[in-house]
Design a protein around this ligand. Structure first.
Ligand code: PMV
Length: 320
């Protein structure tokens, strides 16, 4: 007989990509960090209905697992765990899902929701082997394929490990390295309010790469070099250089056509207000941008400028 925990809960954070989005899909290094104050949560309780339900009030969802199609992200997260645990008959539980992370905004909301469901269900089943960061990341990756098409693996990694990571997509195993942040980095994160599909942006970049391989290889190489230099600057505590590299990275993302008028407006506003650097973060075409600030005064000025330039929400996160 399998024993279960009565009520189980797990959470996972949102994330920002500091350097290397899109180029990371093509094997160039990238740097990402969790945003621990924005989280997705999954809570599992017993259900007397002889069924496994997935309930997500924010998404207007209340479904039986067995009724959901194979490409449903919430269902796939649960099924990944059941399959890995070799459980054919889902347990009689309700999986409640909620999230503070805005969707389709480059903050890894899909990965965080999947990771929370996976961790909570693995905990409920008392399967310690399915709760390791490595396993949660691997199972979340399978769900990410629905959102991304060809995900690099960076989102699932950063939300599962919940620490700043250096990431290189490679086989047989991705390179995943935590690294030291010598001087805390303070980022203002601002949302354009424009929702954008990661899958579409990633697909468009692929199309352009296939049409102009030499030009896009150069762009990806430049982003890879920036990430490499940025890691050294972060480890050395050279905050000014980190900022300059962010702004350079944004220019290359513009070349990839993944920026947008709204993102460019917020980036320009942050820089004009004195930010050390600014760039879009994530898949682009909408979603969030990040600006690096050095102190309270700069933060206040940059937040005011972003607000003025139309940011729909603004938060500050400190990377230590
Ligand atoms: O989920 P987002 O919007 O943060 O985008 C992920 C980053 C990409 O590099 C654009 C895609 C990927 O799989 O790495």
């Amino acid at each position: 007989m399998i024993e279960f925990n009565a009520v189980t809960e797990a959470t996972a954070p949102g994330k920002i990509i500091l350097f290397g989005e899109h180029a990371v899909v093509y094997g160039r290094p990238a740097i990402a960090a969790p945003i621990s104050q924005l989280r997705a949560k999954a809570t599992i309780t017993y259900s007397s209905s002889n069924n496994c339900y997935i309930v997500a009030p924010d998404l207007n969802r209340h479904d039986r697992l067995q009724d959901l199609p194979p490409d449903d992200a919430l269902a796939l997260a649960a099924r990944q765990v059941l399959d890995a645990a070799h459980i054919a008959q889902p347990p009689d539980v309700t999986i409640y899902v909620s999230s503070q992370i805005p969707i389709a905004s480059g903050m890894g909301s899909g990965a965080a929701i999947a990771a929370a469901i996976i961790r909570a269900l693995a905990k409920h089943l008392r399967r310690a082997d399915l709760q390791t960061n490595e396993m949660v990341s691997a199972l979340t990756y399978e769900v990410e394929k629905i959102h991304h098409g060809t995900p690099s693996g960076i989102d699932n990694t950063v939300v599962a490990y919940e620490q700043p990571i250096w990431f290189v997509r490679q086989s047989p195993q991705n390179q995943i390295e935590p690294f030291t942040v010598a001087t805390p980095l303070r980022f203002v994160v601002a949302d354009t309010g424009v929702r954008s599909s990661t899958k579409v942006a990633v697909g468009d970049v692929r199309g352009q790469y296939e049409a102009q391989p030499a030009q896009f290889t150069e762009i990806f190489d430049a982003c890879g070099r920036i990430a490499q230099t940025a890691r050294a600057a972060i480890e050395a505590g050279d905050v000014v250089q980190v900022g300059q590299l962010m702004t350079e990275n944004h220019a290359w993302l513009q070349q990839m056509t993944v920026s947008s008028p709204e993102l460019d407006r917020l980036v320009a506003a942050a820089l004009n207000a004195g930010a050390l650097g600014a760039k879009l973060s994530g898949a682009g075409r909408g979603g969030n941008m990040i600006a690096l600030v050095a102190n309270d005064e700069m933060e206040t000025a940059v937040r005011a400028a972003l607000h003025q330039a139309g940011a729909k929400s603004i938060l500050t996160t400190i990377l230590t």
